[in-house]
Ligand binder design. Structure first.
Ligand code: DC
Length: 234
């Protein structure tokens, strides 16, 4: 099945939006688009071109010019497991955009209005034939007329604990208090930027997954799809 459905998933950081969206894409056979990955890719471009100084200052004019003149070539390709690969100037940067240097600078890049316009335009172009897309402003700015909008949230301390577990599983040191602070800071930045801040669309369904497994979330969504569209997840 390949329903031409646009499913918009927004919410706080580390709520498992990506995991949830990839699983939906896999089960419905639709395209998954990770909007955060596009912000990360623009950040990587800026880093590679010396447009972010050591102290975090961004050379905005140069970056804006490159985006406007089409010098930043971003492409995506779906993987069979439902996830997505992202390419910058023809190179697969899916792993590089997860590195710390990108993570440190992406929030500042994502607050720039010309970056948001660029990314929103790309997302609209890539997703208009049907997709499940996750981010912060999908249901409010990118696809305000999405067929289904979901707003994900979970207690900050539960999100921090999940990240600690992920890092420990990857063999990295993780300090709970530090990560909790980072989760709270990201919530603040995402919700307080001037352009397209994170907020719940009026017609979004809230999914608080503090005490839900991924499978619980699939059961929840399956019920909603059946009720609204007459088909389920499998
Ligand atoms: O979800 P993520 O951590 O990959 O997102 C990376 C950054 O991009 C994060 O700082 C929030 C920002 N972002 C955004 O502002 N709007 C979106 N639609 C998606 C992500």
């Amino acid at each position: 099945m390949n329903p031409r459905l646009v499913i918009a998933i927004d919410g706080h950081s580390s709520t498992g939006k990506g995991t949830f969206a990839v699983e939906i894409a896999r089960r419905l056979g639709i395209l998954y688009l990770d909007s955060g990955a596009l912000y990360r890719t623009v950040t990587l471009y800026a880093l590679q071109h010396g447009q972010i100084e050591w102290n975090g200052t961004i050379q905005e004019r140069q970056l804006q010019e490159d985006l406007l003149l089409g010098r930043v070539e971003i492409a995506v390709r779906p993987k069979s497991d439902g996830s997505m690969l992202v390419f910058l100037d023809g190179h697969d940067v899916s792993a590089r955009i997860r590195e710390l240097e990108v993570a440190r600078n992406v929030s500042a890049i994502a607050t720039l209005p010309f970056v948001r316009n660029f990314v929103d335009g790309q997302l609209h172009r890539l997703g208009k034939e049907g997709c499940v897309m996750d981010g912060r402003d999908i249901g409010t700015a990118v696809f305000p007329d999405a067929d289904l909008k979901i707003f994900m949230t979970a207690d900050a301390s539960i999100r921090a604990a999940r990240r600690v577990k992920q890092m420990e599983e990857a063999g990295k040191h993780a300090d709970f208090e530090e990560i909790l602070k980072n989760v709270q800071e990201r919530d603040y930045i995402d919700s307080h930027r001037a352009m397209n801040p994170l907020r719940q669309a009026e017609d979004a369904l809230v999914l608080d997954n503090s005490h839900m497994t991924v499978e619980d979330q699939m059961v929840w969504l399956d019920g909603i799809l059946r009720e609204r569209f007459g088909f389920g997840l499998s």
